[in-house]
Design a protein around this ligand. Structure first.
Ligand code: F0G
Length: 483
């Protein structure tokens, strides 16, 4: 891609009406105070590092990665105000000033009566599901994230995904592809009975389904169905601000409302939520669980004390609580959300213009490459997503993550045969406030260069794997000559 051309297109595409009539590019709404060097390695070095890592990018040293898009979780750059708040952290074991600041910030946006701090999202999930789930229970969602599913299953219950059908077709454009299939939910309730459904969830945005938003209408409809049957309704709120912004941009009647008002309305339909503050609270660690149910909150706090900590810190330091309180306020600022959603859309637009198949439209926190369409000659069991992840690293030091057969494939217990995943995706998750536009342009170039030589790219095979969560530790080898 030519840099001069890219700048022209950028001004035309990424612009908003300014105070006058002139349209200007959307820019990063911050300047940089602290920098962290990143290192450009040679192709030969990257080939060597990748081979030594068994072609598994989870085993690379982060310092050998140039643009790290493994996750948007815990990778945000904190602001000067957040760092100042860190210094204000009150480390009293019980009732610290930081706790009260954190609690007030969460209640102001989320509105729930009880807030239970945890060290990250999955700790909130474990406490919630081990309290409400029993064997024989079923927990529906638009799509459960993998730790959510694992915690439900660990409590002996069944996790059921019910996305709308559009959510399963990568090329299909729909404004709210994260929506739940409400008719399927009603059918499930009729089938298993409301008393076997201790809780129903919506993940906003739907990470596993491509970072796609859920509409306010869908949140309202799912809430109504749940409440008509006495089923508590929860949000997995990790990326609530990005979801609120998509509602503002895409749903009728919301364009003049603030992201904060929209977020408040989203939570007003729910009975509680789980939250990983590592995403839309702009911090590197933290989370919470919230509920309006006082007796449930008591039980959860007892469990919290057992494994996380006293209810006014829950596994976090006072300074972490402070940083979350400030981050929750910053993440809802309109200039931040405008920039955030536009920069992911910008990446998606340029890959699409280059012909690269991605999950359409781009999500809030990531662009998902459709590896099955990118490498149609590589069958699912030869792990096309793994090939793409390896090639992106060798080509330009970019680290993405495979979300396909490596992560979700499994062995059929009856036939002993390997069953591929429903989709073969590679997620390029964009850390918040971390990479500049020229780094995103570099990323586009790297993907397009791999795209240009796609026909020469072959498959991979496992040489070592574990029975559970194999993607973290597996070793692979290419079935073709990598160049
Ligand atoms: N729910 C969703 C939708 C998530 O995306 C995650 C984490 C969690 C819950 C668990 O939160 O990591 O704080 O324990 N997602 C990260 C990711 C790991 O890369 O998408 P956690």
């Amino acid at each position: 891609m030519n840099a001069a051309n890219s700048a022209d297109t950028r001004s035309a595409e990424r612009s908003v009406a300014g105070p006058g009539a002139r349209r200007r590019p959307i820019i990063e709404p911050f300047k940089i105070k602290v920098v962290e060097p990143i290192r450009l390695t040679t192709r030969q070095e990257r080939t060597t590092y990748l081979e030594a890592a068994g072609y598994n990018v989870f085993k690379l040293r982060a310092e050998d990665v140039l643009i790290d898009l493994l996750t948007d979780s815990g990778t945000s750059a904190m602001s000067a105000d957040q760092w100042a708040a860190v210094m204000r952290g009150d480390e009293a074991y019980a009732g610290s000033k930081s706790w009260y600041r954190f609690e007030a910030a969460v209640k102001d946006i989320f509105g729930f009566a009880h807030v239970i701090p945890t060290h990250q999202g999955r700790a909130a999930e474990r406490i919630l599901f081990s309290t409400v789930c029993r064997p024989g229970h079923v927990v529906p969602s638009n799509t459960h994230f993998d730790t959510t599913r694992a915690n439900i299953e660990a409590a002996g219950a069944e996790a059921v995904d019910m996305p709308i059908p559009e959510g399963l077709v990568p090329s299909r454009v729909h404004p709210f592809k994260g929506n739940m299939d409400v008719a399927a939910l009603e059918a499930l309730i009729a089938d298993v009975g409301a008393d076997r459904i201790p809780i129903c969830m919506l993940t906003v945005t739907n990470n596993t389904g491509g970072g796609q938003p859920v509409s306010m209408a869908n949140i309202r409809a799912v809430s109504e169905v749940c409440h008509a049957h006495g089923i508590p309704f929860y949000l997995d709120a990790c990326r609530f601000a990005e979801n609120a912004w998509f509602i503002k941009e895409r749903e009728e009647g919301f364009d003049h409302r603030s992201a904060r008002e929209i977020a408040r309305e989203m939570f007003s339909y729910a009975d509680g939520c789980t939250m990983s503050a590592k995403k839309d609270a702009l911090v590197n660690i933290g989370g919470f669980l919230a509920t309006n149910d006082t007796s449930l909150a008591r039980q959860e706090q007892n469990l919290l004390i057992l494994t996380e900590g006293f209810p006014t810190y829950g596994g976090l330091a006072g300074r972490d609580l402070e940083a979350i309180a400030v981050g929750l306020e910053e993440v809802l600022r309109e200039d931040y959300l405008t920039y955030r959603i536009a920069s992911v859309r910008w990446l998606g637009r340029h890959l699409t213009e280059g012909g690269v198949p991605i999950v359409q439209p781009p999500g809030g926190h990531a662009v998902y490459l459709d590896a099955a369409a990118f490498l149609p000659h590589v069958p699912p069991l030869q792990l096309p997503g793994q090939s793409l992840v390896a090639e992106l690293y060798v080509e330009g030091g970019v680290r993405g993550v495979e979300i396909g057969t490596v992560m979700f494939g499994h062995t059929d217990p009856d036939t002993g045969e390997e069953v591929p995943s429903r989709m073969e995706l590679v997620r390029l998750a964009i850390p918040r406030r971390v990479y500049t536009e020229s780094q995103i342009d570099y990323l586009v170039d790297v993907v397009l260069d791999v795209w240009d030589r796609r026909e020469a790219i072959g498959g991979f095979r496992f040489v070592e794997q574990t029975p559970v969560l194999r993607h973290f530790t597996a070793r692979f080898e290419p079935l073709y000559e990598m160049t």
